[in-house]
Design a protein around this ligand. Structure first.
Ligand SMILES: *Cc1c(COP(=O)(O)O)cnc(C)c1O
Length: 402
């Protein structure tokens, strides 16, 4: 792969020095590798996958190594690691860089599972002082970060309210206090946003979502351009926690990433069309999509992202009853958690992804009972609109005007 190649080309170009000239990474299943002999001079730490050297499948595997290089290229980093899930990537990022008693500043609107990990584990068991801030205002981050802060943890856009934070502005604040900035880039994907180029120190993905893109593999990844972080993460991933992506899932992830650019362009085109359709409808109170002029952070999105992505949320008129009637009449869309696949997934945060937060916390975040989150797929947008029409009819039928 050449650094001068453009994104679409880099997404497709694989490591091609396989023994038989394969253009696709073979799936290497072996858990162990023959050594050439007994060499008292050689340290195991010198075994280098970049030179085609392997020792044991947890430490490295050729298929996983190939996909790690592929994602590193796409995020514009130096080193990448693939994990068994996005959650595992986040846990490893944090455990590699903070210690008990350290201060961590995080966006108050994090993925619900990350928030649970930070509350119950990072803070509750590991004794890290986790402070949440409304990072839509960069000044709130500046007020919270001190010289004691070891890490700043951000997501942009967030889920399900599609809020953004100014990654470059926050990177300056973190750098001033020598804190590490980690960004969960799952929603934007590297096609639309590259946090390392905005000043982040590490970026993670739930590759389960857009990078795999076909809803057939759970995985995670971390990419960094800082050698010290890479070393700490590599040790945690491979040696201390043994947290690695299996060969077959690595292959599926690699296959998915090759079509990331074309998928993202179509996800965005469909999302924009649906956002505009919904915004004009009388049964919709509000639409949250950064591509709309009505989004309060539309300008920031235009500046820090090269596209607005494929996830949007909207609030229906009426409460739980409206949402239930609407969601149960979808025929093309799938009522399911997760996002980023080729098929449209529609999610009711109050009873699905954000149910564990409890109603009080949901209210604080603005997640009402009639909020619907949509991961817009690649179907013909006319069929998706037809689903919405069925949903709106069902709302009227459920609540006839008196
Ligand atoms: C899904 C998701 C995660 C968790 O990833 P898993 O692969 O499910 O462990 C983390 N962050 C974001 C933004 C997500 O959407």
């Amino acid at each position: 792969m050449s650094e001068s190649e453009r994104f679409d080309t880099r997404a497709i170009t694989e490591c091609t020095d396989w023994e038989y000239g394969d253009v696709v990474s073979p799936i290497h299943l072996s858990s162990t590798y023959r050594l050439g002999g007994v060499d008292p001079e050689m340290s195991l730490e010198e075994i280098d996958p970049d030179r085609g050297e392997f020792l044991y499948g947890r430490l490295s595997n050729p298929t996983r190594h190939a996909v790690e290089q592929q994602i590193t290229e796409l995020e514009g980093g130096e080193m990448g690691f693939a994990f068994a899930s996005g959650t595992a990537a986040i846990a490893t990022a944090v455990l590699s860089t903070v210690e008990p008693g350290d201060h961590l500043v995080a966006f108050d609107d994090l993925y619900a599972g990350t928030r649970r990990m930070f509350d119950q584990f990072v803070s509750g068991r590991f004794g890290v002082d986790v402070e949440y801030v409304d990072a839509t205002g960069t000044a709130n981050v500046a007020a919270a970060v001190t010289d004691e802060t070891a890490m700043v943890w951000m997501e942009s856009p967030t889920n399900p309210m599609i809020r953004l934070c100014d990654i470059a502005g926050i990177a300056d604040i973190a750098a001033e206090h020598e804190a590490i900035l980690g960004v969960d880039n799952t929603f934007a994907s590297p096609y639309f946003q590259q946090p390392l180029s905005l000043g982040a120190d590490l970026v993670i993905h739930s590759t389960t979502k857009y990078l795999n893109g076909h809803s057939d593999g759970v995985g995670g990844a971390l990419v960094t351009d800082d050698p010290a972080i890479a070393e700490a993460v590599g040790f945690q991933q491979q040696v201390a926690m043994g947290n690695v992506l299996a060969p077959f899932d690595s292959y599926l992830l690699s296959r998915g990433m090759k079509t990331l650019p074309v998928r993202m362009r179509q996800h965005e085109e469909n999302a924009m069309a649906l956002a505009e359709f919904l915004e004009g409808h009388e049964a919709v109170e509000r639409v949250y999509y950064p591509g709309l002029d009505s989004h309060p952070q539309h300008d920031l999105a235009a500046e820090q992202m090269s596209g607005y992505g494929g996830v949007l949320s909207f609030e229906l008129t009426g409460g739980m009853e409206s949402a239930k009637a609407f969601l149960e009449s979808m025929e093309t869309m799938n009522l399911a958690v997760s996002l980023g696949g080729v098929e449209t997934l529609v999610n009711h945060p109050a009873t699905m992804t954000h149910e564990p937060l409890g109603s009080e916390r949901r209210a604080e975040l603005g997640i009402s009972d009639s909020l619907v989150r949509l991961s817009v797929g690649l179907e013909d947008v006319a069929d998706l609109r037809a689903d919405f029409e069925r949903g709106f009819d069902a709302i009227s039928a459920a609540a006839p005007t008196r």
